[in-house]
Design a protein around this ligand. Structure first.
Ligand code: WT7
Length: 635
């Protein structure tokens, strides 16, 4: 019997048990029956978490684009693969069929080749949500180049750091982008970034907003001209199962961003399998994930997972608030969207607008609602369930990470009974563990601990680009023989998981994963700043927002405070991007420190949460007197 499509709860438990009892046999069957291989594997899995080293389907050969495109041509050539909805609602949507996608990806792949890009080369993609973004990702995969997509909201500094970290040879960008009523000068940002990137020899520029931009002689080329001349046939490069498919950066609690490396075969198998089940995708469904392809959600569940299943995947260029807050529902009605996957922060922002703009539209096509990126609070869950799903579409609260490649803990709609704020059960093949602070696993139900994964799954990241030691230190050192997620979680009386949030110095703002250290480093570059510390505090739309405590070199600078606040946020915008701006900035006379000089963030966090009833013992601090001062001046 095929286990590719789970249809009821008993079947889930049965397949889950099978996937745990004999993971290799289980994944081998899934890989065998669903995909196109140039050569089959010698070993399904070899692993050692102490190194750590994980290899899935070793010895197998394939090309992921043959699985996402070519193999569908015979039966789905005229089916829409990508349904592009532009920013401007008066412009018509573009339906790109599987056959058209095949030709466009091949042309693009030939352009890359003609520009000297070869298997294993890194290509940075810095594009808005236009078809060229998905097509360039697939074109890289077609020729075995490693794509590194950088979200087009990142600043020039953040872009240059990412380009240099993985030595990208080429950048693919556009003249600019539309974002609601605004346009953004993407090419200008790239030009600025490349002043610091001597390794980039070629920039391909897509025309989107037709602005007047500078083209640098010998480096910049208009994409369309090259595509026009390219052949629409390109033989796919034969890749090894473990060849890197892409690098995607995620922020860490310290230091520079981590370039998570995902490999080919395992990633393909797992994203395809989770997509099919978590969204219960059926032929002729119209699936829409509102994420940007610049994040892992877009890689796995706009591009690879849906296309590997021959699905129709919607790509939306715009924002939820343009031309008004009814835009999402307008698109759902217009394209008869069946699965809708978004983030809690978007749900909360839309809920704030009331239901008038929801009631205008017919949402009857919806069958499954998804949530991802941060814990979904009870209120948002109910608003989504009542007003969008009309209590008729199950909500899948999907927990996963850039590092995990695919969805890890989630209900399966129409299979797993949902429970507000709970991600519920591990997906097939996933073995979670909750650990206490002494490194012991908490057995049984009704326990609360740190979330780890005990056994490899096919789409896990294999390393951090250029820094395997950091990969080991970050994920495999906290607990022996386990992958540590950085999240806390509880298991309720029936074994359902609820993610309680990060237990490290990562703060999730509007679903974006932000490390505190890089933001503090940026602030500390301001000449007036002595030191700073960032913590999160609850925010009704963003989930968490950032609260910065800043000590100035010259405390007499107080009359300039408002200007300084602006300047600090300006520096953050330049170094990271506007998503990392601080909502609150408090100027302090000092920061509470331990005797070894470590900032006591726990105390700062409590003050930011307005919860100072129990600050714990502050007498052991190096400078206990600053605590009262910070409390008195809290914002
Ligand atoms: C962190 C990973 C996975 C794609 C988007 C974010 C948090 C993610 C949930 C959820 C509670 C969640 C975790 C995780 N998170 N989904 N359903 N419930 N928390 O990817 O940027 O790598 O962030 O997002 O804290 O560790 P990411």
């Amino acid at each position: 019997m095929s286990n590719y499509h789970i249809k009821h709860l008993e079947e889930y438990y049965q397949v889950y048990r099978k996937s745990i009892r004999n993971p290799e046999l289980f994944w081998e069957e899934i890989a065998e029956e669903q995909f196109l291989w140039r050569k089959k594997w010698n070993h399904v899995l070899r692993w050692d978490f102490s190194k750590p080293e994980v290899k899935w389907f070793e010895g197998a050969q394939l090309n992921i684009t043959e699985n996402c495109i070519d193999r569908h041509l015979a039966t789905r050539g005229d089916k829409t693969a990508i349904l592009f909805e532009p920013n401007d609602p008066s412009k018509s949507a573009e339906h790109i069929t599987y056959l058209q996608l095949y030709h466009r990806v091949n042309k693009f792949a030939n352009v890359l080749k003609a520009q000297g890009i070869k298997k294993g080369d890194r290509v940075c993609i810095y594009l808005p949500m236009i078809p060229e973004l998905a097509i360039s990702v697939l074109a890289c995969a077609r020729i075995g180049a490693i794509h590194s997509v950088v979200f087009a909201g990142f600043s020039a500094t953040a872009l240059s750091t990412r380009i240099n970290d993985s030595d990208c040879k080429m950048v693919i960008t556009s003249d600019g982008s539309y974002r609601g009523a605004k346009t953004i000068d993407l090419k200008g940002i790239v030009d600025e970034a490349l002043e610091r990137c001597p390794g980039v020899k070629i920039v391909l520029v897509a025309k989107r907003i037709h602005s007047d931009i500078q083209m640098k002689e010998g480096r910049d080329q208009w994409l369309q001209q090259l595509l026009d001349e390219a052949s629409d046939q390109c033989i796919a490069e034969v890749m090894d199962a473990e060849d890197p498919l892409f690098i995607l950066y995620t922020s860490g609690s310290t230091g520079k961003p981590k370039g998570m490396v995902h490999s080919t075969a395992g990633y393909m198998v797992y994203t395809a399998y989770t997509f099919k089940n978590v969204f219960q995708y059926k032929e002729n469904d119209i699936y829409w994930c509102t994420a940007d392809i610049g994040w892992i959600t877009g890689h796995s569940y706009i591009v690879y997972g849906p296309l590997a299943n021959g699905a129709t995947t919607v790509m939306f260029e715009g924002v939820p608030s343009y031309p008004d807050f009814g835009r999402f529902w307008d698109i759902v009605e217009k394209h008869k969207v069946t699965q809708f996957y978004t983030a809690p922060t978007a749900i909360r922002a839309l809920a704030k607008q009331g239901t008038e703009l929801v009631e205008k539209y017919n949402l009857a096509s919806l069958k499954v609602l998804g949530s991802v990126g941060e814990p979904i609070n009870e209120e948002a869950w109910h608003w989504y369930n009542d007003n969008i799903g009309k209590k008729n579409s199950p909500i899948v609260d999907t927990w996963w990470q850039t590092e995990t490649g695919g969805i890890m803990i989630t209900p399966i709609p129409y299979v797993t009974p949902t429970k507000p704020t709970y991600a519920t059960l591990p997906f097939i093949g996933i073995q979670p563990a909750l650990m206490d602070e002494h490194g012991k696993e908490l057995i049984g139900n009704q326990v609360d601990g740190r979330l780890c994964i005990k056994y490899p799954w096919p789409s896990m990241a294999r390393t951090i680009w250029g820094n395997h030691q950091r990969y080991k230190d970050t994920y495999f050192s906290a607990y022996e023989n386990m992958y540590f997620t950085g999240d806390g979680a509880l298991r309720d009386e029936v074994g359902y998981y609820r993610i309680t949030g990060r237990v490290d110095d990562v703060i999730i703002v509007s679903g974006h994963n932000l490390g505190t250290a890089p933001i503090e480093d940026a602030i500390n570059e301001h000449p007036a700043v002595a030191e700073s510390a960032i913590v999160g505090f609850p925010h009704d739309v963003k989930g968490s927002a950032l609260y910065g405590y800043v000590t100035l070199k010259d405390t007499g600078e107080s009359r300039r405070h408002d200007n300084l606040r602006k300047e600090i946020n300006q520096i953050i915008t330049e170094h990271i991007g506007p998503i990392a701006k601080l909502d609150k900035i408090q100027f302090t006379s000092g920061l509470p420190k331990t005797r070894s000089g470590k900032i006591m963030r726990r105390i700062l966090r409590k003050i930011a949460h307005n919860d100072t009833s129990n600050l714990g013992d502050t007498s052991t601090l190096l400078n206990p007197e600053v605590v009262q001062d910070i409390m008195d001046n809290a914002l």
